[in-house]
Design a protein around this ligand. Structure first.
Ligand code: EZ4
Ligand code: CO
Length: 416
């Protein structure tokens, strides 16, 4: 077997001399790629796939990183195509997360080399700041109302609300820690949750009635149904919630069935947001081109990096679909930084999810982005404005933490 062939093409840019994978658990697991060039410039990319972290780490370590050595770091598009087309086995969350991490790190490097924040390389500022939404949740409606009040006091212009369902011991989106919702639980076997669509559909409209009744209509209100409904049930919920003027209803049904959204769209004007589990433009092609959704929620880390996500957002723009990128705690500060540069530069930005990280995570990933008055700002540092403190990261070894599984009350497996 011959050695992987180095990139012999002409080019002025520095070559990649090191690409390594750092797995760390400052409260929760994160996988990060760090690439170094022959000029000594480094770049970072997020490679975290919640509950399946080591699969991506191995894909990178065993298959991708060795093939990067010797390649021109400035050829972002070419390296993207090399990893995508070169694997033969295309798409899928593991592959696309690995490609995303490399792509993100190369944009970071390009920004540092140019002496510009990445959003400048993407065309510059198309707005003043990135509007984000926070997560108000609670066991009961009263608790959620207290949380909404907190977010509005902090200046948030958009709030997602999730409430516990009487009769179900745990509900998606409801946590004890108010600022950090983490569904993955440490241990080997996934925890088991139970679900009843009937109980949910009966209880949840009261939440929106209470929130709009108390706080009015002066802020964006969102809700995540987390892939649990049928198209008919989703249509009924969307219709029922129209009077509360949601900014979006997220993931009403499992979205691998894209044509199901025709049924939802025919019945309700509640805007629909989908895409956090998608990893390529092909996964959302029909949803976008048939205008079956209003917001596409794909992210930098899970949808092929800045290069591919920009392509998705460009397609969406043609059909009046706006961005609404996923930004839960399992997406590291590296992903958040990258998302902000893209959000700031695209014409069809909608909203960015923002769940704060713990202090330990923020320490491991020092970053320049900051929150003010409902907006996030990426900062003006060349590159992405985020790094990983490798010494500190070493202090937090990987801990297995799978996402829960979900069953109906009779024990039938259901989408979580
Ligand atoms: O369940 O990121 O909108 N946010 C979400 C998240 C996802 C987690 C899965 O890792 O749906 O809470
Ligand atoms: Co979601």
């Amino acid at each position: 077997m011959s050695e992987p062939s180095p990139d012999n093409s002409a080019g002025s840019g520095a070559r990649i001399v090191d690409a390594r994978v750092i797995v760390t658990c400052p409260g929760r697991n994160f996988v990060t790629v760090k690439i170094t060039t022959s000029d000594g410039v480094t770049g970072v990319g997020d490679a975290t796939l919640n509950g399946r972290e080591l699969a991506v780490a191995s894909y990178l370590q065993d298959h991708v990183c060795p093939a990067l050595i010797g390649r021109h770091a400035d050829r972002i598009e070419d390296i993207w195509q090399y990893l995508y087309k070169g694997a033969y086995w295309r798409r899928g969350p593991v592959t696309m997360t690995a490609i995303a991490a490399v792509d993100t790190a190369l944009w970071d490097i390009k920004g540092k080399v140019a002496g510009l924040p990445v959003y400048q390389l993407l065309g510059g500022r198309a707005r003043e700041g990135v509007t984000v939404y926070g997560h108000a949740n609670g066991q009961d409606v009263a608790e959620v109302l207290d949380e909404v009040a907190q977010y509005l006091e902090h200046g948030y212009k958009a709030v997602r609300v999730q409430v516990g369902i009487p009769g179900l011991p745990v509900t998606y989106g409801v946590s004890k820690d108010k600022l950090f919702y983490e569904p993955a639980q440490k241990g080997i076997a996934p925890s088991e949750a139970t679900w009843s669509t009937e109980l949910y559909l009966r209880h949840v409209p009261g939440l929106f009635d209470a929130v709009r009744g108390k706080f009015g209509f002066g802020f964006h209100l969102l809700h995540d149904a987390h892939h649990r409904l049928t198209p008919t049930e989703a249509a009924r919920l969307g219709k029922r919630l129209e009077e509360y003027e949601l900014f979006w209803l997220e993931d009403p049904t499992p979205a691998e069935s894209q044509d199901a959204f025709r049924i939802i769209k025919q019945h309700t004007t509640t805007p629909i947001a989908v895409g956090e589990v998608f990893n390529s433009i092909w996964d959302c092609q029909q949803l976008i081109t048939e205008r079956l959704i209003d917001f596409i929620r794909t992210t930098v880390v899970h949808a092929g990096g800045i290069t591919h996500l920009r392509r998705i957002f460009n397609l969406a723009e043609l059909y009046g679909v706006r961005s609404g990128s996923h930004g839960a705690t399992d997406l590291s500060p590296v992903c958040m930084a990258a998302a902000l540069h893209l959000d700031l530069s695209i014409p069809n930005f909608g909203l960015q999810e923002y769940m704060r990280h713990t202090a330990a995570t923020d320490e491991v990933f020092p970053h320049t982005y900051w929150f003010e008055g409902g907006y996030l700002h990426p900062g003006e540092t060349p590159g992405l404005g985020v790094d990983i403190d490798e010494k500190l990261a070493e202090r937090y070894p990987y801990q297995p933490a799978p996402l829960p599984v979900n069953r109906l009350l009779d024990g039938t497996m259901h989408s979580w």
